[in-house]
Design a protein around this ligand. Structure first.
Ligand code: SF4
Ligand code: SF4
Ligand code: FES
Length: 254
C-alpha cells in the first residue's frame, strides 16, 4: 500500500482552515491515496468522532468500522499518524501534530475498503494456535475450583482481557516480514490457555506454537506490549511459551 503514490483530494466542510479546524487525511481505496478534509475541532473530540464527521457530513461512502465507542469491542482500530490505536479512545488533542491527522487502515491486514480491514487471517491464527478452550467437564459436573492465588491462574489472568482488536498484530514487524507468523494476539491467547488448569489440550497447543511461525520467531522488542490499549503484555506470554516449548522439547514431550 505504501508503495503507491498518494493521490490527494481536498474537501472543506466550511471553506476555510483556521485554528478551530483540523486538517485530516484519510486513506481512500478508490484513489489508492489520502484524501484531505477540514473538520471542525471540538473539546474532548476523539479520532472516531472525526472519522464519523467525515462520513456523515462530507463523504457518505467512506467505509469504517466501530460498535461500542467505549473501548470494549475493538472494532474501531486504525492507524493514526502512523500508530495503530483504538480510535474511540484516542483524543485528537493527544495525537494531532500541528493540527493535522493522518488516518489509515490497520497494517498487516488486507484492506476491504477505505479504513476497513479483513480480520480473517488474524482470527484464523487464533485457531492455528489452538486458541479455543477445551475442557472435559460437562454441565452435570460441578464447577472447577481454581485458586485465584495460584501462579498459573495469575498468569492466565494477566492476559485474559484481550478483546481481539488487532492493534498489536498491526504493530508487529515480524508479521510484516513473514505473514505466516502467528502474531502476538494468538500467542497471548495460547499462553492464557496453557495456564488454564481446566484445559486438556496443552500438548497439542505447545506443538502448534512451537513451529517455525510460532513463538520462537518473536524478536522480543515488545512493540505489541507498548501499543496494546488494554496494557497486556503479549511479549511476556510469548516468552513464557518459549520456556514451555524448550522444556517440553528437552523432556521429549513435544
Ligand atoms: S493483546 Fe491487546 S492489542 Fe492485541 S488484540 Fe488483544 S487487546 Fe488488542
Ligand atoms: S515482541 Fe514479538 S509479537 Fe510483539 S511486536 Fe515484537 S515480534 Fe511481534
Ligand atoms: S468502538 Fe469498540 S473499542 Fe472502539
Amino acid at each position: 500500500m505504501s508503495s503507491v503514490p498518494f493521490h490527494r483530494v481536498s474537501h472543506s466542510s466550511r471553506g476555510i482552515v483556521n485554528k478551530d479546524t483540523l486538517r485530516v487525511k484519510v486513506w481512500r481505496s478508490a484513489t489508492r491515496g489520502l484524501a484531505a478534509f477540514d473538520v471542525p475541532r471540538h473539546e474532548s473530540q476523539t479520532v472516531l468522532d472525526v472519522v464519523t464527521f467525515i462520513q456523515r457530513q462530507l463523504q457518505p461512502d467512506l467505509a469504517y468500522r466501530f460498535a461500542c465507542r467505549v473501548g470494549m469491542c475493538g472494532s474501531c482500530a486504525m492507524n493514526v499518524n502512523g500508530k495503530a490505536r483504538w480510535t474511540c479512545r484516542t483524543h485528537v488533542s493527544k495525537v494531532a501534530v500541528n493540527g493535522e491527522l493522518e488516518i489509515a487502515p490497520l497494517s498487516n491486514l488486507p484492506v476491504i475498503k477505505d479504513l476497513v480491514t479483513d480480520m480473517s487471517a488474524f482470527f484464523d491464527k487464533w485457531s492455528r494456535a489452538k486458541g479455543q478452550f477445551s475442557g472435559e467437564r460437562t454441565r452435570h459436573d460441578d464447577f472447577a475450583r481454581v485458586s485465584p492465588e495460584s501462579a498459573p491462574r495469575k498468569a492466565a489472568d494477566a492476559g485474559i482481557e484481550c478483546i481481539g482488536c488487532g492493534v498489536c498484530y498491526s504493530s508487529c514487524d515480524v508479521v510484516t516480514w513473514r505473514p505466516d507468523y502467528l502474531g502476538p494476539a494468538a500467542l497471548n491467547r495460547a499462553w492464557t490457555l496453557m495456564n488454564d488448569e481446566r484445559d486438556t489440550q496443552a500438548r497439542e497447543r505447545l506443538r502448534a506454537v512451537a513451529g517455525d511461525a510460532g513463538c520462537h520467531s518473536c524478536h522480543t522488542q515488545a512493540t505489541c506490549t507498548e501499543r496494546c490499549p488494554k496494557h497486556l503484555s503479549p511479549t511476556a506470554g510469548i516468552a513464557g511459551l518459549k520456556r514451555m516449548t524448550m522444556k517440553a522439547a528437552r523432556e521429549g514431550d513435544l
